[in-house]
Design a protein around this ligand. Structure first.
Ligand code: MLT
Length: 395
C-alpha cells in the first residue's frame, strides 16, 4: 500500500480540485450549469501577447534552459519598469529585487517552505486563499489566523494578535484587493503593517494578484509604495488575472532582495525555470499593454448585473471596487455548503461555499464574474432568475 507523507494528514483536498470534480459530475449528468466558481478569466489572452509568444518560440535561444539567476532578463526588467510606471516604485532587477515565478501561487507556496521551520508561526488571513495556510502546515509551521471581519472592512486587526504570537511569527500573508471578500486596503493600513512587521521582525508577503482587476476608476496601490515596505516585504503578482493568462503560469515576486534570495534558493532546488518564450511574451505584455481594459469593462458590467439582481432578491450588497468576486452572506438558516449544494442541484448554478476559505468564511458564498459562455451578462441574469424560481430564500 502506498503511504502518503504524514505532512498531508492535516491537509484537506485542494478546494478548486473538489469544485472541478463537482462540476465535471454535474455536467456528466447533463446539468445545464452556469459556472460562478473558479476565478479563471473566460476571455482569451489578447492576441498581441499570443503573437509575441509565437515570435519568441521561433527563436531557438528560447528552447534551452533559462540559466539566469532570477528569471529571463527581459522579463524581470519589464516587471521593474512596470512597477515604476504603474506605482512609481523603483526596483533593481539586476540586484535580485524581482524574481520570475511559475504563477504567484507557486511563489506563495514556496515562500512558506523557504522560511517556515517546524514550530514557526505564520500569520494568515481568513477567509483567505488556502495556499497560505496549507503550505505553512505542510512546512511544519503553525498558521495563526487573522480573522477578516466585515466590521473591520475585511482588514486584519493587528492589535488583536497576541504579543507572544507576534514576537514568534516569522511570516505574514496579506492579500488586497482581497480574494474572496473583494475588500481593498488603504495606505494607512499598509503603514501599520510595516510598523508591526518591523517591531516584530516579520517577513510580509503581499499577494497582489487582483491589483489590475479594478472598477469605476479605482486604482489599487502596491504594498511596496509604503515607506519601509522594501525593508521587510515582498509582493507577488501575476499576469493571470490582468491579461487572461491563468493557463500560462507566469508571475513574479518583487521587493526585498534578501527575502527573494531565500525564496529563489528554494526554487532553484525544485524547478528549472520556465519556457523562456513565455517570459518574453510576458515582458511584451507588461511593456506594451495596460492589462486588458475590454475584459475589465465586461467584468464591471457583469458585477453591476449580478449585484443588482442579487439585491432584487433581498441581498444588500455594495458594488465592489475590485477583484473577480462577489462575496455575499448565505440566506438565514443555511450553512454555506448546503446553500452551495442547493444552488447546484436546484438552480444549476455553481458557487463557492465560504467555508472553503476557512471557518471565518462560514455564512458566506463567493461568485466569480468569470462566467464562461456569458457574452454580455445574459447568463448572469438567467442564473439569478433560476435562483428566484427554484430556491426558497426567506430573509
Ligand atoms: C480563485 O478562484 O480563487 C483563483 O482562481 C485561485 C487561483 O488564482 O489559484
Amino acid at each position: 500500500m502506498v503511504q502518503l507523507a504524514k505532512r498531508f494528514d492535516s491537509i484537506p483536498p485542494y478546494l478548486f480540485g473538489e469544485i472541478a470534480r463537482a462540476k465535471a459530475k454535474a455536467l456528466a449528468e447533463g446539468a445545464d450549469l452556469i459556472d460562478f466558481g473558479n476565478g479563471d478569466p473566460d476571455q482569451p489572452t489578447p492576441q498581441p501577447i499570443i503573437d509575441a509568444l509565437c515570435r519568441a518560440a521561433n527563436d531557438p535561444i528560447t528552447h534551452r534552459y533559462d540559466e539566469s539567476d532570477f528569471g529571463w532578463p527581459e522579463y524581470v526588467s519589464a516587471v521593474a519598469n512596470w512597477y515604476k510606471k504603474r506605482f512609481g516604485v523603483t526596483l533593481d532587477a539586476s540586484k535580485g529585487e524581482v524574481l520570475q515565478l511559475i504563477g504567484s501561487k507557486e511563489g506563495l507556496a514556496h515562500l512558506a517552505w523557504a522560511y517556515i521551520d517546524p514550530g514557526d508561526i505564520s500569520l494568515v488571513p481568513e477567509p483567505g486563499y488556502t495556499v497560505y495556510k496549507v503550505n505553512t502546515l505542510m512546512a511544519g509551521g503553525t498558521p495563526h489566523i487573522m480573522p477578516l471581519l466585515p466590521e473591520n472592512g475585511y482588514l486584519p486587526d493587528l492589535s488583536a494578535i497576541p504579543s507572544d504570537v507576534a514576537r514568534k511569527a516569522k511570516l505574514m500573508y496579506l492579500n488586497y484587493p482581497n480574494n474572496p471578500t473583494s475588500a481593498v486596503a488603504t495606505m494607512d493600513f499598509y503603514l501599520d503593517v510595516v510598523e508591526f512587521a518591523k517591531q516584530n521582525d516579520i517577513i510580509v508577503c503581499h499577494d497582489s494578484a487582483y491589483s489590475e482587476v479594478t472598477f469605476d476608476g479605482y486604482k489599487a496601490p502596491s504594498f511596496l509604495q509604503t515607506p519601509g515596505a522594501m525593508d521587510i516585504g515582498i509582493e507577488m503578482n501575476s499576469l493571470s488575472k490582468a491579461y487572461n493568462m491563468t493557463g500560462w503560469r507566469l508571475g513574479w515576486a518583487a521587493g526585498n532582495a534578501d527575502i527573494i534570495k531565500g525564496l529563489n534558493k528554494m526554487k532553484a532546488n525544485i524547478d528549472s525555470k520556465q519556457f523562456p518564450a513565455l517570459a518574453l511574451a510576458g515582458a511584451y505584455a507588461l511593456e506594451n499593454m495596460a492589462g486588458d481594459p475590454k475584459t475589465i469593462a465586461l467584468y464591471q458590467k457583469r458585477r453591476d448585473i449580478l449585484v443588482d439582481a442579487l439585491n432584487s432578491l433581498g441581498w444588500k450588497l455594495p458594488k465592489t471596487k475590485a477583484t473577480l468576486y462577489i462575496w455575499a452572506p448565505v440566506p438565514p438558516g443555511y450553512k454555506s455548503i448546503d446553500f452551495a449544494k442547493m444552488m447546484l442541484e436546484k438552480a444549476g448554478v455553481l458557487i463557492i461555499p465560504g467555508i472553503g476559505y476557512g471557518p471565518y468564511g462560514e455564512g458566506y458564498f463567493r461568485m466569480s464574474l468569470t462566467v464562461s459562455g456569458d457574452k454580455d451578462g445574459e447568463l448572469i441574469t438567467k442564473a439569478v432568475e433560476r435562483m428566484k424560481a427554484n430556491l426558497e430564500i426567506n430573509w
